[in-house]
Design a protein around this ligand. Structure first.
Ligand code: FE2
Ligand code: FE2
Length: 138
């Protein structure tokens, strides 16, 4: 397991925390495909989990962005840009030919996702939590 949930990631907003936990789950699924698949062709599985991760991330980002807009969150634009940069990176990976050396490249992607998600939750998502909690978001 490479994505380990820890209390420090909790925002106290259950919809957000559940979505973040599901992102960790999908990250671990991707890791599972790579670690169980040494020496076998896991290309289709990798692409399937990556697509699911991208779709779920888009769903989660939309949820956050709608709330930010609704409550006129001051860092809305900057936060949205971070989300967009993440989605762009995943699309870039999807369009890259990872067929050769797929496990090594996928491990690099997983490390990027783990690093990005953990940092983003702590440094950016935690900044809006005060406002959302004050507005009664659950
Ligand atoms: Fe988030
Ligand atoms: Fe976010």
């Amino acid at each position: 397991m490479i994505f380990k949930w820890n209390d420090k990631y909790n925002t106290g907003i259950s919809s957000i925390d559940e979505q973040h936990q599901h992102l960790f789950f999908l990250g671990n699924q991707l890791f599972g495909v790579v670690s169980n698949g040494a020496g076998i062709d896991s290309y289709d599985k990798i692409m399937a989990v990556l697509a699911e991760l991208k779709n779920y991330t888009a769903y989660h980002f939309k949820h956050e962005e709608e709330l930010m807009e609704k409550f006129s969150y001051k860092d809305y634009e900057a936060h949205k840009k971070q989300h967009e940069a993440f989605v762009d990176k995943i699309i870039e990976v999807e369009t890259k030919n990872i067929d050769d050396n797929q496990n090594k490249i996928t491990m690099e992607i997983i490390e990027f996702i783990a690093d990005w998600v953990q940092n983003h939750i702590i440094k950016s998502d935690h900044v809006y939590k005060g406002l959302f909690l004050e507005k009664g978001v659950v």
